[in-house]
Design a protein around this ligand. Structure first.
Ligand code: GUN
Length: 310
């Protein structure tokens, strides 16, 4: 079992952020502004459907408006582009999120480039990417922004410390490295092809695992006392694998027997937690923060568009 005192509680921090956004939305509503998030889902990927539903539900809970646009998997580039154009020019819409991955046949970059940067609550538009790199961010990608909030609210000092990010995706790894750099950490960005990855990650005082490989980060990757943030999310459906990852963990086995799967991250938490100083669990770590930050970004977009920078 993981020492509870070591856990970085994403669920708790996410609920604090949601409460703050709800307050902000109430204040905006009082002056006639009710932020609206429009989510676009193309196709019928079950995981994407779950994420999209949860975005709509959370928006409603925080008093925001939301619309979900569901398009068939064979929707063409032009048709999707036309929807984006319509949402860009609709003054009622504050935030636009196109759920990824898009089906084959649609070029994601072309679509993401088409979103008005002021409504780009994912922070994926080149303008938002460039603004982040220059240290004058407008809308920042939700998952890395959530990790920064977690570290800040848990009192983890970053200034001058060694941070290692494993994974170089546009959604997490690259913006994560930028945010840590702007917070004055000394940042190494490495990935699955880094030679002797463990020797690089052992340098980390703050280790962010966002590489997309189940339990890749084992004990030999982590130095004693390191803060370990696990961005990975993998469904494990093989009982032997669950037994290997969580030996003697009755709670995990019971969850597996009930649902036929458990979630696991990029970190082998059972073996890393005894070494780490602090660690995020999966589930209940980074996951809940992503949607909380999407809500924060939507409120921010609503304000920015009306010349009310927060
Ligand atoms: N699919 C997985 N993560 C994300 C995300 O952060 N934003 C969008 N739009 N799609 C995703």
């Amino acid at each position: 079992m993981i020492d509870e005192n070591k856990l970085l509680n994403g669920t708790k921090v996410a609920s604090e952020i949601r409460a703050e956004v709800a307050d902000e939305v109430r204040e905006l509503s009082d002056i006639g502004i009710r932020p609206r998030l429009d989510v676009v889902l193309v196709g019928d990927d079950p995981a994407s459907q779950v994420y999209v539903r949860s975005k709509a539900k959370t928006s409603a809970e925080l008093g925001m408006r939301s619309e979900t646009h569901i398009l068939p998997a064979d929707t063409g580039q032009a048709e999707l582009g036309a929807l984006i154009d319509r949402l860009n020019t609709d003054d009622e819409v504050d935030g636009i999120l196109v759920q990824l991955p898009l089906p084959r046949g649609v070029d994601s970059s072309t679509i993401l480039d088409r979103i008005d940067p002021a409504k780009d609550v994912d922070g994926f538009h080149p303008i938002n990417v460039g603004r982040l790199q220059q240290g004058r961010p407008l809308l920042v990608p939700c998952t890395p922004a959530g990790v920064m909030e977690l570290l800040r609210r848990e009192g983890i000092d970053l200034k001058g410390r060694r941070a290692v990010v494993v994974g170089r995706s546009d959604i997490v790894g690259k913006p994560m490295a930028m945010l840590l750099l702007h917070a004055h950490a000394t940042v190494t960005l490495c990935h699955s092809r880094t030679r002797d990855l463990a020797s690089v990650t052992r340098e980390a005082e703050i280790l962010i695992a966002a590489v997309g490989q189940r339990a890749l980060i084992g004990a030999e990757f982590v130095s004693p006392g390191a803060v370990v943030v696990d961005v990975g999310m993998h469904r494990v459906t093989d009982r032997d694998v669950v037994e290997h990852l969580y030996p003697g963990n009755e709670k995990k086995m019971a969850a597996f027997d009930k649902r036929g799967a458990v979630l696991c991250g990029d970190v082998d938490t059972t073996r890393v937690a005894p070494i780490a100083g602090r660690i995020t669990p999966v589930p209940g770590g980074v996951g809940p923060l992503t949607i909380a930050m999407l809500m924060a970004n939507t409120a921010r977009a609503a304000k920015l568009r009306r010349g009310r920078p927060s």
